[in-house]
Design a protein around this ligand. Structure first.
Ligand SMILES: [Zn+2]
Ligand SMILES: [Zn+2]
Length: 365
């Protein structure tokens, strides 16, 4: 069977032949991979900046945003059945007894850093025709979502952020009125984050550099958000133009944009960072204003990395809501589908919103 692997030492990304998996045992599940989404993380791994092969291997199989079909289940599997569609989670717990989050199945909060991530760090990914996975790491997806369920993993970023937001805002002991949310960035993570805010009944704004005529702006409004172009409104004037925000969701990966957006954050508001910026030049920030606002406005800035099983489940139900409310908007996030042979050049290039490698059709059942 075929797989797409990165060889960090040889500096190559190519299609490789791999043996078909062994028969499944215990709680193992044999999966046929249907689709794999490609994102900036894959491109960084493909450019050899990032990514670690499994111990003892000279290559890493890519792919962490997957949709799969169950082909065969081990004797102890009860959570999923043959023929069902599933989304596998990405992060696997570290082995340390003292890591309370990992022992509580919350490896997204791992304190040792020794977790593995399929397709990213120390474990092969899903960009291969068949994969064996334990049922603990599979989340059931309804067959009717087959067309878009490959978006679950990037959507789980905002789903986890939403869980955190809800937990943190329990500090406010009153019923919250209608909330206002701002998304920074109109890439796939930003647009999915906007969809997530809209289905949670936020008045939602998307702020990004592209002009208001750009396809991303159109998708934002199809998804029920208001698009504000950075080419028309400077970030510093945003609050004046559209009002203060209860929640700002950073999905742009540029730290200066994230911190500059604090000026648009209202009293008791939260700003959540999800991007992982590459190291850059130091830059000055007005720390007096920052600290004064944090104190006098009870504001909170926090970071979040995806995702727990519950965040995948939340993402799948938000996707369901999105497909009911604005199916065309959700579909249009997937700009192109490619064959596995095209994957290496796809990873080397940029373009589109969400690019997907299509490996197999879901079986009819
Ligand atoms: Zn990704
Ligand atoms: Zn851990």
């Amino acid at each position: 069977m075929r797989a797409v692997a990165v060889f960090p030492k040889a500096k190559q990304v190519r299609v490789v032949e791999r043996p078909y998996p062994q028969p499944v045992r215990n709680n193992q599940v044999l999966l046929r991979i249907l689709e794999v989404g490609i994102c900036g993380t894959d491109r960084e791994i493909g450019a050899f900046h990032y990514g670690t092969p499994p111990p003892g291997s000279d290559h890493l199989i890519l792919g962490h945003e997957a949709l799969a079909e169950v082909v065969e289940t081990g004797p102890e599997v009860t959570a999923v059945r043959r023929g069902e569609l599933v989304v596998p989670t990405v992060r696997r717990p570290c082995p340390h007894r003292h890591c309370a989050p990992c022992r509580a199945h919350r490896q997204d909060f791992c304190v040792t850093g020794d977790y593995a991530e399929r397709g990213i760090k120390g474990a092969d990914g899903f960009l291969q025709e068949f994969v064996v996975e334990e049922d603990d790491y599979l989340v059931h997806a309804h067959r009717k979502l087959a067309e878009v369920a490959v978006l679950t993993e990037p959507l789980s970023i905002s789903a986890k952020a939403a869980e955190q937001e809800t937990a943190i805002q329990q500090r406010l002991p009153w019923e919250r009125p209608r909330l206002r949310g701002l998304v920074l960035g109109a890439g796939p993570v930003g647009l999915l984050g906007a969809m997530s805010m809209v289905v949670r009944h936020f008045d939602t704004y998307v702020y990004s550099l592209e002009p208001a005529t750009d396809v991303r702006a159109k998708i934002a409004s199809t998804l029920g958000a208001v698009y504000v172009s950075g080419s028309e409104v400077p970030l510093g004037e945003l609050a004046e133009k559209i009002g203060a925000m209860d929640l700002i969701y950073e999905a742009v990966g540029i730290s200066s944009v994230g911190f500059d957006a604090l000026g648009a954050l209202g009293a008791n508001g939260l700003l959540v960072f999800t991007g992982v910026p590459a190291p850059g030049k130091p830059r000055s920030v007005d720390t007096d204003t920052l600290m004064r606002d944090l104190v006098l406005k009870n504001q909170l800035v926090f970071g979040t990395v995806n995702a727990s099983r519950s965040a995948y489940e939340t993402a799948l139900s938000e996707l369901e809501q999105g497909m009911f409310l604005f199916p065309e908007g959700v579909r249009s996030l997937i700009t192109q589908r490619h064959t596995i042979e095209e994957a290496p050049s796809l990873i080397a290039a940029r373009g589109g919103i969400k690019q997907v490698v299509h490996l197999a059709d879901a079986s009819k059942s």
